[in-house]
Ligand binder design. Structure first.
Ligand code: HEC
Length: 391
């Protein structure tokens, strides 16, 4: 029996990451909505600052919010933290398995920087943890008190990181690291600030003291930041499947553009929960996405060639650059079965997959992975022309 342990482990981790991620983001979306939808309470007894009635799943719910803390400590208090921690743990393990264990396949692109796997992994970790140190310092500086200025500087810093990473790693390796920086900052906000501050509030209450309001203020600041970082991080996590985003020369700019369009979309929902409906926000978001799409698609069409490219030429290019992996019997180290089930052993298989081949290897240079066979732009053009001629 031959078990492909890496693939099964990858599937298990990806599933866990999705489950915990949904639980975390789901409860976070719920609390943001709840917070924005609260009305002044009818009964302010005990220091209640807001309340909300809701109906769901066959029952009515009556929620009350106590700013900072109630006057007494409830016996059963539910904490929301393990969803966040496990999202990070499963995500980090998945990153390690796919991009670090498989560094030479997925992370390193020799055309961008000639790194050894050790150098690549070390660089990736420096970006992830360095990102948190920078962010945390920025939050604690006077800039942290000005939300708008903070947002602009943090966005610029992430764009600079994307620029650097896109010149160091493969396109998808760079994207996933920007996602990992943001995801790590979000979880560290929960682990290092929000939960410890809540614990201090609880301890003060139990000791019969009045909790320091600053604890609530800085937890609120981090929670607000997480709110705006959620949509970009989700987009980056699925960007892996779209080489059109990450394989162009300006992939860092594409990422920044997409990240920027997430802001008005998030803003629309945040305002809507407060009863302010302004459709200009989603319109701006959609216009932003269309602009990014136009920018990416500009010049992505396979160029026509004057010389005729035969089926034999196509097979030759594919045999040289693709067949080590995409075959019934792959010969490439670390590839047990044809990746994504895509095989190019016969002309029929090549023809059937022509649009996908064009997408991956002609319109973009996502394949061969890390361009490890050194496929040239001329060969890509030739492959595109040859495949179009075979249709
Ligand atoms: C070093 C191994 C390797 C080589 C060489 C390689 N690929 Fe791939 N290919 C992969 C892997 C791994 C995946 C799965 C990617 C993923 O998990 O997202 C893949 C996925 C694909 C897919 C499916 C993408 C999708 O999801 O639709 C296509 C199409 C493809 N490759 C085409 C090519 C072409 C064309 C070449 C040659 C120009 C090539 N590949 C060379 C490893 C390779």
């Amino acid at each position: 029996m031959d078990i492909d342990v890496v693939s099964w482990l990858g599937l298990a981790l990806r599933w866990l990451h999705l489950i915990t991620g949904i639980a975390w983001i789901g409860s976070s979306f719920y609390f943001v909505w709840l917070d924005n939808s609260l009305m002044p309470p009818e009964d302010k007894k005990g220091g209640a600052s807001g309340e909300l009635w809701a109906v769901h799943g066959g029952g009515f719910y009556h929620k009350k919010k106590y700013n900072v803390a109630p006057e007494f400590m409830p016996e059963n208090l539910h904490w929301f933290k393990w969803e966040a921690y496990f999202t990070w743990i499963s995500g980090f393990l998945l990153l390690s398995l796919v991009y670090y264990y498989g560094a030479s396949l997925y992370l390193i692109d020799h055309a961008r920087m000639n790194l050894t796997p050790f150098q690549a992994v070390f660089t990736g970790l420096c970006f992830i943890f360095g990102g948190w140190v920078f962010y945390d310092e920025l939050c604690n500086s006077p800039i942290g008190r000005n939300n708008r200025l903070f947002g602009i500087i943090w966005f610029a810093a992430l764009t600079a990181a994307a620029y650097a990473l896109c010149h160091i790693f493969s396109g998808r390796g760079a994207y996933i690291h920007v996602g990992a920086i943001i995801g790590t900052v979000m979880v560290a906000n929960v682990f290092m600030v929000i939960i410890p501050n809540q614990k201090k509030v609880v301890a003060a209450l139990l000791a019969g003291k009045k909790p320091d309001p600053q604890l609530g203020i800085s937890a609120k600041q981090r929670s607000l930041h997480n709110n705006y970082m959620t949509l970009p991080v989700l987009l980056i996590m699925i960007s892996n499947h779209y080489p059109m985003l990450y394989s162009g020369a300006y992939s860092w700019l594409v990422l920044a553009g997409l990240g920027a369009t997430a802001w008005p979309i998030r803003q629309f929902f945040n305002l809507k929960h407060k009863g302010i409906v302004n459709y200009w926000y989603p319109v701006a978001g959609v216009i932003g996405i269309v602009l990014v799409a136009l920018f990416v698609s500009n010049g992505a069409k396979p160029a026509a060639l004057s010389e005729k490219v035969s089926a034999a030429d196509v097979r030759m290019i594919i045999r040289t650059h693709c067949s080590a992996c995409h075959s019934d019997t792959p010969t490439h180290a670390g590839i047990a079965t044809a990746p994504a089930g895509v095989m190019f052993d016969t002309m029929d298989e090549i023809r059937k997959n022509a649009p996908r081949i064009i997408e991956q290897a002609v319109a973009h240079d996502a394949m061969p992975l890390g361009n490890e066979t050194g496929m040239t732009p001329e060969e890509r053009k030739k492959l595109g022309a040859g495949l179009t001629a075979q249709e």
